[in-house]
Design a protein around this ligand. Structure first.
Ligand SMILES: NC(=O)c1ccc[n+]([C@@H]2O[C@H](COP(=O)([O-])OP(=O)(O)OC[C@H]3O[C@@H](n4cnc5c(N)ncnc54)[C@H](OP(=O)(O)O)[C@@H]3O)[C@@H](O)[C@H]2O)c1
Length: 162
């Protein structure tokens, strides 16, 4: 199973403000949906609260220190750690697990993933949550996909994980 981190990031590296994404870009949301559909999505509890419901047609893996009851009908599962969730995902019949945020989860998982998909939003914006550093000694930019209102950079690892 491939582990892919996916995020939308402003020019000044902002991803969130007041537990929301501080822009509304339908084209980027469509790209996110099409990319993640029928796979697993792993997210922090605050991001889950912000979305407000399980993402349909995806297996939702929520990381929290305060475990709640799983809701199998809606493909919603809670885990106490990212590693536990990734281990669970290995046994699912999905090809990919997407790490979908937020800031805390990106920082803790960037060392664990195979690929980064970064939607670059073409503006600076005020916010309180940032994307972690993409270290050039670890990540190599492979491809840039242009959309009307943003572009997506794909990064692959230069060096194999520990
Ligand atoms: N632009 C984008 O692409 C994008 C994508 C996603 C989210 N966002 C934004 O990012 C912001 C949310 O990010 P955030 O950093 O505040 O929160 P987050 O990463 O979504 O969630 C943080 C929560 O995850 C749990 N957690 C984190 N590390 C853990 C660990 N090691 N073990 C167990 N549980 C752990 C804790 O939940 P408990 O408190 O329940 O224990 C913690 O409070 C929002 O503004 C959201 O809109 C942006």
């Amino acid at each position: 199973m491939k582990k892919i981190l996916i995020s939308a990031v402003s020019q000044n590296n902002i991803i969130g403000r007041n537990n929301k994404i501080p822009w509304n870009n339908k084209e980027e949301l469509k790209y996110f949906k099409e990319t993640t559909l029928n796979h697993a999505v792993l997210m922090g509890r605050k991001t889950y609260d912000s979305i407000g419901k399980p993402l349909p047609k995806r297996i939702n893996l929520i990381i929290s220190r305060d475990i709640k009851t799983n809701d199998k009908l809606n493909n919603l599962f809670y885990f106490e750690s990212i590693n536990e969730a990734l281990k669970y995902a290995e046994n699912l019949e999905v090809e990919k697990t997407f790490i979908i945020g937020g800031s805390e989860i990106y920082s803790q998982s960037i060392c664990k993933v195979d690929e980064l998909l970064i939607s670059r939003m073409p503006f600076e914006i005020a916010g309180d949550k940032y994307f972690p550093d993409i270290k050039s000694e670890i990540w190599k930019l492979r491809d840039v996909q242009e959309f009307n209102s943003f572009k997506v950079e794909s990064y692959f690892r230069r060096i194999v994980k520990d």
